[in-house]
Design a protein. Structure first.
Length: 294
């Protein structure tokens, strides 16, 4: 049976040790924060523990309770609005209190998550990654959870600024080629390359299909109510919408098939990294796939 691959680290101890100046900076961060960032096993375990804690905070019982309370408050307000004139205090005050409680709970969860991101281990590791990037050492991926990046580009805890000491090579931001590999990197197969090409194409087929189908239905409805035969041509929009749905389904199925090969490739990179190889930066589709596994 194939041995499970270790979790892929943003950067390995072997890569951090390639530059003596970077190595000293990493050791200094370790002394300042009380952790050994050159121990891959300990770093991998620490990242997993903090990621799990953040996941529990973001998806735990308080979040579900706040969502239910907020939904109840909105439903109460809607019911009061549809019921017509009545007791204003009964119709407004209780749901308003529920909404306030829900907002307060969400704010508390958000603050708890920010405190967890400021844990000394994570603070120090973000400094390590910033130093590695400034020294031109490949960083495979900066996990979105580590910088507190949600659905947008705003990061709650971004990598701190860092400038490599003068007297050496110019800093290179996120290089694409590894430095000093210990064993050959796994070859990127045609399936992985195809996944990278098509992974960003999805996401719009469902929305576009719905718009076309609704537009076609409205056109046919207009033709029936207004007795305008020419408007029946709008049925072509419905056909186009269905075709768009089918195209999106085929693309999604193909992406799912290729994603399995892409995951195997990332696992092979992780095994090479564990053997002492510096792993280059992952492409955006592979970074998104990496984040989806967290």
């Amino acid at each position: 049976m194939t041995r499970p691959a270790p979790a892929l680290l943003p950067v390995s101890a072997a890569a951090l040790s390639a530059d003596p100046r970077l190595l000293e900076a990493v050791r200094e961060y370790g002394r300042a924060h009380g952790y050994d960032y050159l121990d891959d096993t300990a770093v991998r375990r620490g990242l997993a523990e903090h990621r799990a804690a953040l996941h529990r905070t973001a998806h735990g019982a308080p979040v579900w309770a706040a969502s239910l309370v907020g939904t109840a408050g909105l439903a109460w307000l809607l019911w009061a609005a549809l019921s017509g004139p009545g007791n204003i205090a009964l119709a407004v005050v209780p749901p308003a209190l529920l909404l306030v409680l829900a907002v307060a709970a969400f704010v508390r969860v958000h603050r708890q998550g920010r405190r967890q991101l400021r844990h000394p281990f994570l603070e120090g590791y973000r400094h390590v990654l910033a130093a590695a990037l400034a020294h031109g050492v490949p960083v495979a991926v900066v996990p979105s959870w580590l910088t507190g990046r949600g659905g947008g580009d705003i990061e709650v805890a971004p990598l701190p600024p860092y400038t490599a000491p003068a007297g050496g090579p110019a800093p290179v931001r996120r290089p694409q080629t590894p430095v000093g590999t210990a064993v050959p990197l796994p070859a990127k197969t045609a399936a992985v390359k195809e996944y990278e090409r098509i992974a960003e194409r999805g996401g719009w087929h469902d929305e576009a299909g719905w718009v076309l189908v609704v537009a076609g239905a409205l056109g046919v409805g207009y033709a029936v109510t207004r007795d305008t035969p020419a408007a029946y041509a709008a049925v072509l929009l419905t056909v186009l919408g269905i075709w768009t749905w089918l195209a999106g389904h085929r693309l999604g199925r193909r992406q799912a098939e290729l994603a399995a090969e892409a995951r195997r490739y990332v696992d092979e990179l992780a095994r090479a990294q564990a053997a002492g190889t510096a792993v280059p930066e992952l492409s955006p589709p592979l970074r998104k796939l990496f984040d989806s596994r967290l």
